[in-house]
Design a protein around this ligand. Structure first.
Ligand SMILES: Nc1ncnc2c1ncn2[C@@H]1O[C@H](COP(=O)(O)OP(=O)(O)OP(=O)(O)O)[C@@H](O)[C@H]1O
Length: 504
């Protein structure tokens, strides 16, 4: 039976969309637990190909197929890029499946509702899983991953798609060193919605930009770039940098790091719905440059541009790709030179951590009366953990030998990122498309806000970003904030993904 050609859904060829059943796959193990349900590693019984199966939960849906799943499928159908996860096909379950406990699956009266699965290319890790294993990356490796993340995101933005949930767990990595953007469940295509409000309930808390935290419902690609800044800083520091517990704490931490917003550094901020509730009592200066000084001038400059409070002044993905950081030594390494790690999905790492904690508790209980010198002989909890496998390279190499992505001209000057180059995206326009929302006047009432990026920012973003004077239509959502990746408050995320009101 034919399978989808690379980059294509098998919508028209046999098997057609939804034609094959999940029986065509052997489920090997669970690798993820998301809002929709579960993600499995599986093998195509016909081809032997390893894939990821993401089960779309329909049992909790009152109105049938979840709108967010529909949106994810629709968006992924139009995105074809080496740094965006490939949706290969959709399959259904043939009969009532047993649930995870082996009990018969959900039914709706006499009407059986089957499950629907999205079939993705399989990736060995997610970035969160790798970091939780304690993997640290060298500068060339960080540059390599960041370039891929920015290339994938630039492609999305060029196609008027906002991801709206960039976080470490949604960045998938394979053992060839490729990084792909995944989980488009919160993504939004702007082409059909030129002027409308967008939901404010987006982006996992730790990666959420200040404009969203302050209640903005008109926003653009800059929201994703804030999250990219958080990822960049996380890669440098080896841990999430703004791990707030709720909206108040998140904003507080942002202001302490990036300075407090005011009408001078962010024209219009005071008109955002929740500005008065959350504005700091006393002005704060940014200490971002100081905090990250050790990573070098170019890294700090780029990070500062990504983590600019005013979204209209925040750097775009395209301009970030042209930043000095990527074009000065040490250069990004070749993805293929990246070490291969033992499979690390956030879910699996958490599962292993839970097991270890339980074992430790059991051990403590069993040996609570053993003299202390005996207890100290217990082996370490993580023997050999966090080490890459099948590689002679250490996880943190000093300087990579490859000069990936650098095509030198006759003068030896590296060619900068060129969005027209097929290898960097396959799209055919170098200029950033105007956002459907961005055709009006700029946000700042007194004209264009000052640009730190030298005119390199999203013009359409600044245009589309308008102050919100409306009521707190959704109320303060601090109680629904997710606690980042670690403790998933699925309630809130589920709400976000399944919110089906006027704003999307
Ligand atoms: N194609 C894939 N290959 C390998 N692992 C994957 C793949 N897709 C998803 N996963 C794993 O499953 C996890 C959850 O997947 P995903 O984020 O797409 O689901 P979700 O229901 O939207 O989750 P969430 O509610 O956390 O946003 C990922 O963090 C990743 O570890």
């Amino acid at each position: 039976m034919a399978v989808a050609a690379p980059g294509q859904l098998n919508l028209y060829a046999s098997p057609a969309l939804g034609c094959r059943t999940v029986d065509c796959f052997d489920k090997l193990e669970q690798i993820g637990e998301g809002t929709y349900g579960l993600v499995y590693k599986a093998r195509d019984v016909l081809t032997g190909e390893i894939v990821a199966l993401k089960k779309i939960r329909t049992d909790k849906e009152k109105e049938g197929f979840p709108i967010t799943a529909m949106r994810e499928i629709k968006i992924l159908k139009k995105l074809h890029h080496q740094n965006v996860i490939k949706l290969k096909e959709i399959v259904t379950s043939t009969g009532p499946e047993n649930d995870e406990q082996g009990k018969p699956g959900p039914t709706d009266g006499n009407k059986y509702k089957g499950d629907i699965y999205m079939v993705f290319e399989y990736m060995d890790h997610d970035l969160s899983g790798l970091s939780k294993r304690g993997v640290r990356f060298s500068v060339p490796q960080i540059k390599c991953y960041m370039k891929q993340l920015l290339a994938g995101l630039h492609y999305c933005h060029l196609n008027e798609v906002l991801h709206r949930d960039i976080k470490a767990a949604n960045l998938l990595i394979d053992n060839e060193g490729n990084l792909k953007l995944a989980d488009f469940g919160l993504a939004r295509s702007l082409s059909n919605d030129h002027q409308g409000n967008l939901t404010n309930e987006v982006i996992t808390l730790w990666y959420r930009p200040p404009e969203i935290l302050l209640g903005a419902t008109k926003y653009g690609p800059a929201i994703d770039m804030w999250s990219v800044g958080c990822i960049f800083a996380e890669l440098l520091q080896g841990k999430p940098i703004i791990p707030g517990k709720d909206r108040t704490m998140q904003l507080d931490m942002i202001f302490k790091l990036c300075g407090s917003p005011n009408e001078v550094n962010w024209p219009g901020v005071s008109k955002l719905p929740w500005y008065n509730n959350f504005k700091p009592k006393k002005p704060m200066e940014s200490c971002l440059r100081e905090t990250f000084r050790q990573y070098g001038r170019h890294a700090v400059e780029l990070l500062d541009k990504m983590m600019t409070l005013d979204p209209s002044q925040r750097i775009s993905a395209k301009d970030a790709l042209n930043a000095e950081y990527f074009w000065t030594d040490p250069l990004p390494c070749d993805p293929k030179s990246l070490p291969k790690y033992e499979t690390s999905h956030e879910f699996k790492v958490r599962q292993q951590q839970r097991k270890l904690e339980e074992a430790t508790k059991r051990q403590k209980l069993q040996h609570s009366r053993v003299p202390p010198y005996q207890q100290s002989r217990y082996p370490p909890l993580h023997p050999g953990a966090n080490q890459p496998i099948h590689t002679s390279q250490p996880p943190v190499a000093a300087v990579a030998s490859h000069h990936y992505g650098k095509s030198r001209g006759p003068s030896g000057v590296p060619s900068r990122f060129n969005p027209n180059r097929a290898s960097q995206g396959g799209y055919n326009s170098g200029s950033y498309p105007p956002s459907p929302q961005g055709r009006g006047p700029p946000y700042a009432p007194n004209g264009m806000p000052g640009s730190r990026g030298g005119g390199s920012n999203y013009s359409h973003n600044s245009s589309s970003y308008r102050p919100q004077n409306g009521p707190y239509s959704r109320g303060s959502s601090s109680g629904r904030d997710t606690l980042g990746n670690n403790s998933k408050s699925h309630q809130q995320h589920y709400y976000s993904k399944h919110y089906n009101g006027d704003m999307g």
